[in-house]
Design a protein. Structure first.
Ligand SMILES: Cc1ncc(C[n+]2csc(CCOP(=O)(O)OP(=O)(O)O)c2C)c(N)n1
Ligand code: SF4
Lengths: 394, 278
């Protein structure tokens, strides 16, 4: 990896937002349509700079809302362009109906999401309520946990999207990642990923061979068309593995679909997603030093759900505490990842105790001490069957 | 010891919320002051006014003034305000919003509220930029200006909200600037007595972003520019009003006539449906 690093990379201090902008530049996107929203704004500012300075040959549309941002991305992608957009929170919510159009039309759009809480009450701070609300939109969803992974995942996203013809979103923590700086290797010169994400032919709007996208499907065909999306999502699973492995082979960095940390010989695995994984790993180190047998894991690919990787994790786990930064109100177990994990375990007859914790809503601080307390509570097995809203003042 | 005198408008302020979030020299404070003076001079009861806003620096106004209020989604203040007005026609419902909030993401609502002659007062603070999100291009940004997302200038010409609202059917349409706080206040007073849709655009300084990015060295400098470019034109048509950063941004009341308001029109339909003839 060192040799690869020396020859083709430039090491820069970047926030995850800037890592997104560099990745979009290095993916040679053709069209960007975006509307500013905290904490996404610097993605678009950086991209504007790249375009203005001639570092990226792309059209940029400063649309009047996120609804228009996704609409313009749909139009551009349908006409054959490599489209990119970025948003957050209410912006992602405002896009919602278009998210279904993008996936239903099978357009390989890539979008970054700086995950943020939803109003009301108004909060500009981070959590994953926005991302989790899109679970049923047929978007492939990657959740990264470092700026380098954000950069690499955007590039991988184009490979996956353009192979399976479904859109991909790459999410990361609003503020904790969007606004903090980490060293990131970015491509030294243009064209590094040209063969990794080659320009491929696909069905586009073409006056010589006219097609209608998104046409009416009556009851005799709607179902089949939707089922094609189901199959595509299932294909996306293998393609996501392939995209990551090939990336790793060519460029020396891979992440897998589920990242494990000190899982062997553990009595409890703390499972989560996003930037909080860093805190969890730190807490695991501290607990291990004290002889507490705890491990950790994080889900990197949220859609399609990484069944095989989670199954093999669960087979090694004696108990799992799931930390969710979002909740699906009205369920006894309300953490989205916990709910999906339980449903999957049910389908595969896996029986491991799963404890659901809701943490870090609207950027409520979660420290290593919180993680340790959660772990010791979970290890005591005196845990409710219902989600625990950690640290809330009732 | 010196005694501190209460601010004459203190009873309208949520003093517990102070200090406010606006930057030193921001024009939004002038708009708030003009509005509160108008309410005070008209002796409108405080519990007869509702302040509604979307999101933005301007959108924070309802948080600092002591009226019932709602701070809703970016762009959606007008339809929420309309809902409030229909449920409580006895109240004066005022919308505060930035140019992004009201003319970009919420532009459709602005147009339709004007078309309906909705019984609302809409005060739009135009600082030529998205303030709260940190200085991105707005639909009102002049061609000559730059922002963080348009480092070489915007890609298209700016929107003149006065013409838009007038063409859509607004029955009271004015534009003032922070350089004329008294005229602004008088105009707000007239808006309060107007039945139907009142729209007041206020050209305002954002020294922190628009000013900084466009090389205005101080609040004073950008304020001087706003003072200079704003030219009062009495009695001209809104379609002759100029919105040109280089030569003139016309100020004045361009439209003011009586027509059935949205509420009146609804009443009319209800009466018709009942088959009752007046
Ligand atoms: C759906 C949605 N998109 C984007 C945003 C982010 N946002 C908040 S305020 C704002 C624009 C602020 O500019 P303006 O409306 O002109 O008001 P100002 O801050 O200049 O007073 C934006 C884009 C949001 N809150 N919601
Ligand atoms: S950013 Fe601009 S508009 Fe917002 S408070 Fe500061 S000066 Fe005013």
């Amino acid at each position: 990896m060192e040799t690869i690093a020396k020859s083709i990379w430039k090491r820069l201090p970047l926030s995850s937002n800037y890592a997104v902008a560099y990745a979009a530049r290095d993916s040679d996107v053709d069209e960007i349509a975006a509307y500013p929203i905290t904490p996404q704004t610097t993605v678009v500012e950086k991209l504007s700079e790249f375009i203005a300075n001639g570092e990226l040959l792309a059209e940029m549309v400063h649309v009047e809302s996120e609804h228009s941002a996704m609409s313009a991305s749909i139009g551009a992608s349908a006409a054959g362009a490599r489209a990119f957009t970025a948003t957050s929170s209410q912006g992602l919510e405002l896009m919602h109906e278009l998210l279904h159009i993008a996936s239903g039309m099978r357009l390989p759009i890539v979008m970054s999401v700086a995950a943020r809480a939803l109003s009301a009450p108004l909060s500009i701070w981070g959590d994953y309520s926005d991302v989790m609300n899109t679970r049923d939109t047929s978007w492939i969803t990657i959740i990264a946990s470092s700026a380098q992974e954000v950069y690499d995942s955007i590039v991988q996203a184009y490979r996956i999207a353009e192979s399976v013809m479904l859109p991909v979103m790459v999410a990361y923590d609003g503020f904790m990642m969007s606004h903090t700086y980490e060293p990131v290797f970015v491509s030294e010169k243009a064209g590094l990923f040209r063969d990794y994400i080659p320009r491929k032919g696909r069905v586009v709007l073409d006056t010589k061979k006219p097609v209608t996208m998104g046409a009416v499907a009556n009851p005799d065909w709607y179902y089949e068309t939707k089922y094609q999306q189901v199959k595509a999502m299932s294909d996306a699973y293998g393609l996501s593995v392939e995209a990551d492995q090939t990336f790793s082979k060519l460029y020396g960095r891979g992440y897998g679909l589920v990242e494990e940390y000190n899982v062997d010989n553990s009595e409890l695995v703390i499972l989560t997603y996003g930037g909080i994984f860093g805190t969890v790993k730190q807490a695991v180190d501290e607990m291990r030093e004290q002889g507490i047998p705890v491990g950790a894991a994080r889900v990197r690919l949220f859609r399609p759900f990484p069944l095989n990787e989670l199954r093999s994790l669960l087979l090694k786990s004696k108990a799992v505490a799931v930390l969710d930064r979002s909740f699906s109100n009205g369920l006894p177990v309300s953490g989205p990842l916990a709910v999906e994990l339980k449903s999957m375990m049910n389908s595969y007859n896996i029986n491991v105790p799963v404890y659901s914790y809701i943490v870090g809503l609207g950027q409520r601080t979660v420290t290593e001490a919180d993680i340790s307390k959660i772990a010791s509570q979970a290890l005591s097995s005196k845990v409710s069957n219902e989600s625990i809203y950690w640290g809330v003042r009732e | 010891m010196e005694e501190t005198l209460a601010h004459p408008l203190e009873k309208y302020l949520r003093t517990e919320k102070l200090p406010h979030m606006w930057c030193p020299g921001c024009g939004i404070g002038t708009v708030v002051q003009a509005f509160l003076r108008a309410v005070d001079e008209l002796k409108i009861e405080q519990d007869k006014v509702v302040a509604v806003s979307g999101i933005g620096c301007t959108g924070r106004i309802p948080q600092y003034i002591k009226f019932d209020g709602a701070h809703v989604l970016h762009g959606r203040a007008i339809p929420v305000a309309l809902g409030i007005k229909l449920a409580r026609p006895d109240l004066k419902v005022v919308v505060f919003g930035g140019d992004g909030d009201l003319a970009s993401i919420g532009g459709n609502h602005l147009m339709h509220a004007a078309r309906r002659n909705a019984d609302l007062i809409v005060i739009m603070v135009n600082n030529f930029i998205y303030g709260l999100t940190g200085g991105q291009v707005a639909p009102t940004t002049p061609k000559e200006a730059t922002t963080y997302t348009s480092p070489y200038g915007p890609d298209s010409k700016p929107l003149d909200a006065v013409k838009l609202v007038s063409a859509a059917g607004g029955t009271f349409v004015a534009r003032w600037s922070t350089a004329y706080p008294v005229l602004l206040k008088e105009s707000i007073k007239r808006a309060f007595s107007h039945r139907g849709f009142s729209f007041i655009e206020v050209i305002s300084q954002c020294p922190e972003l628009f000013g900084r990015i466009n090389n205005f060295k101080s609040t004073y400098e950008i304020y001087q520019k706003i003072k200079k470019v704003g030219t009062i034109r009495r009695g001209i048509s809104p379609y002759d009003a100029k919105y040109d950063w280089n030569s003139e941004i016309s100020l004045g009341e361009f439209v003011n006539f009586e027509a059935p308001s949205y509420y009146d029109q609804l009443r009319e339909i209800i009466e018709k449906a009942k088959g009752v003839k007046e």
